[in-house]
Design a protein around this ligand. Structure first.
Ligand code: GCW
Length: 715
C-alpha cells in the first residue's frame, strides 16, 4: 500500500523516470511528447511493406517496434494503400506500389545503400514513401525515418535523399579469442567463441541493429594483434554463425590475418610471401573461408609492428605481403586492409616519420584490392594530434581512416569525452596535397584521386557491459563514428543533438546543457592531460593516468620522456628542420601552420617545437605559466561539468543519472591527478613556481610516481 502511494506521488509530481541500464542505446523508442504525438498519429496510420527477404523483415520489425514505442499504438499492416498516413516501404522489386511510382531517375543517384524518403499522394491517400535500390537501403531508410520521429522532427512535405559518403564503414574489434579486449574498457568481448555457433546471443542481433541504424556495414571481429586459431575450421564455423546473424543488417565480417599463420596452423616452414607454398596456402585458406562465408569481407593486417610477424621478417616489403593476401581473396571479391601503424625499436628515426618512410615508396605497388589503413595521427590516437602525413602522400593507394573509438588515451571508460570534435578536426584538416581544399575527408572518400574503394574504421569501444560501452556517454562515440562515416559533413553538434535526444530526452533545456558538455569535453580532457601539443605521457603499458617521468623501458619510443623532452631549457619535441624534421613530411602549405615557433598553432606547439620555459605565449604568459593555466583551467572545467550534470537530474532516470554523476566524480579526481603529477614533474625542469593564486598540489611527486595499477583494464 505504502509503495503504491509513493509510486503515485512520484508519478503525479512528474519526476518519476523508470530506471534504465543503457542497453537500448539510442534505439529506446520512448513515447514522443503529446503535441508531436497527435501530429504523428495523423501522418502515420498504416504500414505497407511487402517482401519477405531477411532484410525487409528486419526493417518491418524495426518499424513495428519503433512505432509502437514512439506512438504507443500498434500499427496497422496493410496489403494495399487504402488509408491516409500509410508508410509505403520497399524497392521496385519488393513492392509493386513502389514500382508503379517510376522513381528511376531519383534512384539512379543514390547507389546501392542510399535511400529516399518523401511524402506522396498514392491512390488519393497521403503516404510517406521509404525506398531504395536495395533491401539494405530500405533498412537504412527505416532507421533514418525512425530517427526523425525519435528526435521529434516534422513529417510535413518530406523530401529526403541520402547515401553514404564512404563505402567501407567499419568497426575494428581488438577482441581476443579468450574474450579479453585489448584497450577494451567495457567488460569482455561480445563474441562468446565457446558457445558459438550453437548459441546466438540476442546481443549479436542488437549489435547488428545498432550498427545498421548508423550505417556501419563491416566488422573486423578479431584483434590486429592476431591469433591464427581464428582461421582454423572450428572457428570459421563460429565466424560463419556471426556472419549469418549480421548479414540481414548489411554487415560483412572481416578477420585479422596473422602473417605467420602458414607456420602456426599450416605446418609450413616459412611465411615468406614470395614462397610458392605459402602463396598456395593462403589461396587454399581463402577458398576455405569463402566456403563458410560467401560474402566474407577480407583481411585486416598488422604486420611488422610492435612484435607482430610480417613480410619484413623475410626481407620483403609491406606490398609483397599485402599483395600475396590480396591475390588469395581476389577471386572472391575480398579485400585486404593493410595497416600503416608501423615503427621499429631498432629504427633511431623519430617514430613520427617511420610509417611515412616505409609506405610512401610503396605507393602504386599495391594490388587494386588492397587498402592501406592509417591512424588519424602519426603517433598513436593521442588526445590531440595533427593529421597523419600519409594522408595525401599516397595518391595511388586508397587509404582507410583509422580512428580509435575506445578511449585508450582519452580517459578510457571513466571520462566523459565526446569524440566527434576530434574526428571532425582530422577529417576537415587540409593536406594541401592537390592544392587548397584537399582535406583528409576527400583523401579517404577517394574523390581526390578517383579511387574505387573508400572507407573509415573505428577501433570499437564495445564490450559485454550491460550498457555496451562502459561510460553511458561513450555510446555517443560509437554513434558518431557511424554517422560521420555516412556523412562526414555532419557537424559534431548535430550528431550530439541526435544522440542525446534518442538516448535521453527531447527536452530542450536538457539538450542544450548536455550538448554543451559534450562539445567541450574533448578540449577539457586535452587541457588537463596533454595541453599545448604534449603527447604520450601516459602511464606505462595500461596508459591510465599520467607518468611523464617514465624513462626506463627497453624501447626508447615507449618512454614518455622520448615525447616531451623536458630539460632545463624547455619542453617539447623539435620536429622542425633543426630537429627530427618530421614536419617536412607535410605539404608546404600545411606545414606553414606549425613551422615557425612564433606563429605555430599553440594547440600543437610542443608537438613540433622544443620551447623554452620563458617563451612568450599568445596569452602573454610564459610557457610555464601557460601550462599551469591549462592544467588548472582544464581541471576546473571538469568541476563545471559536474555542476552542469547535477542540474540535469530531473531529466534523467536515476540509474543513468547516478552512473554519470559518479563517473564525473572519478574524472575530476583523475584531472587533479593529471594536473598535479604533470606540473610537479615538469617543475623539476622549469624550476619555476606554480602561480600562487592556484591551490597547491596536496601530494608530492614521489607519491604520484609510486602509484601502480597492476590490473588496469584493457592492457
Ligand atoms: O595504441 C596502440 C595500443 C596497442 C595496439 C596498437 C595498434 C593493438 O597501445 O594496444 O595494439 O596501438 O594499434 O596496433
Amino acid at each position: 500500500m505504502k509503495k503504491k502511494f509513493l509510486f503515485l506521488l512520484l508519478l503525479l509530481s512528474g519526476t518519476f523516470l523508470f530506471a534504465e541500464d543503457g542497453y537500448d542505446l539510442w534505439l529506446r523508442y520512448k513515447p514522443v511528447n503529446k503535441i508531436v504525438l497527435s501530429k504523428y498519429k495523423q501522418a502515420i496510420q498504416a504500414l505497407h511493406i511487402p517482401g519477405t527477404s531477411q532484410t525487409i523483415t528486419a526493417a518491418k520489425e524495426e518499424l513495428i517496434t519503433g512505432l509502437k514505442g514512439l506512438l504507443q499504438t500498434s500499427i496497422l499492416l496493410t496489403t494495399t494503400i487504402k488509408n491516409n498516413g500509410t508508410i509505403v516501404a520497399g524497392t521496385s522489386s519488393s513492392s509493386p506500389v513502389i514500382k508503379s511510382l517510376d522513381l528511376q531517375s531519383d534512384l539512379s543517384k543514390i547507389g546501392n545503400e542510399g535511400f529516399l524518403i518523401f511524402s506522396k499522394t498514392i491512390n488519393g491517400k497521403n503516404c510517406i514513401v521509404i525506398t531504395a535500390n536495395t533491401d539494405i537501403g530500405i533498412l537504412y531508410g527505416v532507421f533514418h525515418f525512425l530517427r526523425l520521429l525519435q528526435t521529434e522532427q516534422s513529417l510535413d512535405n518530406l523530401n529526403l535523399s541520402s547515401s553514404p559518403k564512404l563505402q567501407l564503414r567499419l568497426l575494428n574489434h581488438w577482441d581476443n579469442l579468450n574474450r579479453t579486449v585489448e584497450r577494451g574498457y567495457a567488460g569482455f568481448s561480445l563474441w562468446n567463441w565457446h558457445t558459438l555457433p550453437g548459441l546466438i546471443d540476442k546481443r549479436y542481433i542488437d549489435y547488428a541493429r545498432a550498427n545498421a541504424s548508423i550505417g556501419i556495414n563491416g566488422t573486423v571481429l578479431t584483434n590486429v594483434n592476431a591469433n591464427a586459431t581464428i582461421l582454423t575450421a572450428p572457428y570459421l564455423t563460429k565466424v560463419a554463425a556471426l556472419a549469418n546473424t549480421f548479414r540481414p543488417y548489411g554487415i560483412k565480417v572481416y578477420l585479422t590475418a596473422r602473417f605467420s599463420a602458414p607456420i602456426e596452423i599450416g605446418g609450413l616452414k616459412t611465411a615468406d610471401p614470395l614462397d610458392e607454398g605459402v602463396r598456395n596456402w593462403w589461396k587454399e585458406k581463402a577458398r576455405e573461408i569463402y566456403s563458410y562465408i560467401p560474402d566474407f569481407g577480407g583481411f585486416l593486417v598488422k604486420a611488422n609492428s610492435e612484435g607482430q610477424p610480417g613480410p619484413q621478417d623475410y626481407k620483403r616489403t609491406h606490398a609483397d605481403g599485402a599483395n600475396m593476401l590480396a591475390d588469395a581473396v581476389a577471386p572472391f571479391n575480398g579485400i585486404v586492409i593493410w595497416r600503416a601503424f608501423v615503427y621499429a625499436a631498432e629504427n633511431p628515426v623519430d617514430r613520427h616519420k617511420q610509417a611515412y618512410d616505409d609506405f610512401v615508396p610503396l605507393d602504386g605497388k599495391f594490388r587494386s584490392n588492397v587498402m592501406v589503413q592509417v591512424k588519424n595521427g602519426a603517433i598513436d590516437f593521442m588526445p590531440r594530434e595533427p593529421f597523419h602525413p600519409l594522408f595525401g602522400a599516397m595518391p595511388k593507394t586508397p587509404l582507410v581512416m583509422e580512428f580509435q573509438v575506445t578511449q585508450e588515451y582519452l580517459g578510457q571508460a571513466t571520462n566523459l569525452v565526446y569524440l566527434a570534435p576530434l574526428f571532425k578536426e582530422v577529417l576537415d584538416s587540409d593536406t594541401y596535397s592537390n592544392g587548397k581544399g584537399s582535406t583528409v575527408a576527400k583523401v579517404i572518400d577517394g574523390s581526390l584521386n578517383n579511387h574505387r574503394l573508400s572507407g573509415m574504421a573505428g577501433v570499437s569501444n564495445i564490450g559485454n557491459d550491460i550498457n555496451w560501452c562502459g561510460h553511458p556517454f561513450a555510446q555517443s562515440n560509437w554513434y558518431a563514428l557511424g554517422r560521420l562515416n555516412w556523412d562526414y559533413n555532419l557537424s559534431s553538434e548535430k550528431i550530439a543533438d541526435e544522440w542525446l535526444r534518442m538516448t535521453f530526452t527531447n527536452n530542450g533545456s536538457f539538450i542544450s546543457s548536455a550538448k554543451k558538455m559534450m562539445l567541450e569535453s574533448r578540449d577539457i580532457m586535452v587541457q588537463y592531460s596533454n595541453p599545448n601539443g604534449l603527447h604520450h605521457i601516459m602511464g606505462t603499458g595500461h596508459h591510465y593516468g599520467p607518468a611523464p617521468w617514465v624513462s626506463n623501458l627497453n624501447r626508447p619510443e615507449w618512454n614518455p620522456v622520448y615525447y616531451h623532452k623536458a630539460d632545463s631549457i624547455g619542453l617539447g619535441f623539435n620536429r622542425t628542420s633543426t630537429g627530427s624534421n618530421a614536419i617536412a613530411q607535410y605539404f608546404p602549405e600545411a606545414r606553414k601552420l606549425w613551422e615557425d615557433i612564433n606563429s605555430c598553432d599553440e594547440k600543437y606547439l610542443l608537438w613540433f617545437h622544443h620551447v623554452s620555459w620563458n617563451f612568450k605565449m599568445k596569452s602573454g604568459r610564459t610557457l610555464w605559466n601557460e601550462l599551469c593555466f591549462q592544467y588548472y583551467t582544464g581541471t576546473e572545467r571538469v568541476k563545471q561539468m559536474q555542476q552542469s550534470w547535477n542540474v540535469l537530474k530531473q531529466f534523467v532516470d536515476v540509474d543513468r543519472f547516478e552512473h554519470v554523476k559518479q563517473l564525473l566524480g572519478i574524472q575530476y579526481n583523475e584531472a587533479v591527478w593529471w594536473r598535479n603529477a604533470c606540473l610537479l614533474y615538469f617543475q623539476t625542469f622549469s624550476k619555476m613556481p606554480i602561480p600562487s593564486h592556484y591551490e597547491k598540489p596536496d601530494k608530492t611527486l614521489e607519491y604520484y610516481k609510486s602509484l601502480r595499477f597492476p590490473f588496469a583494464p584493457g592492457n
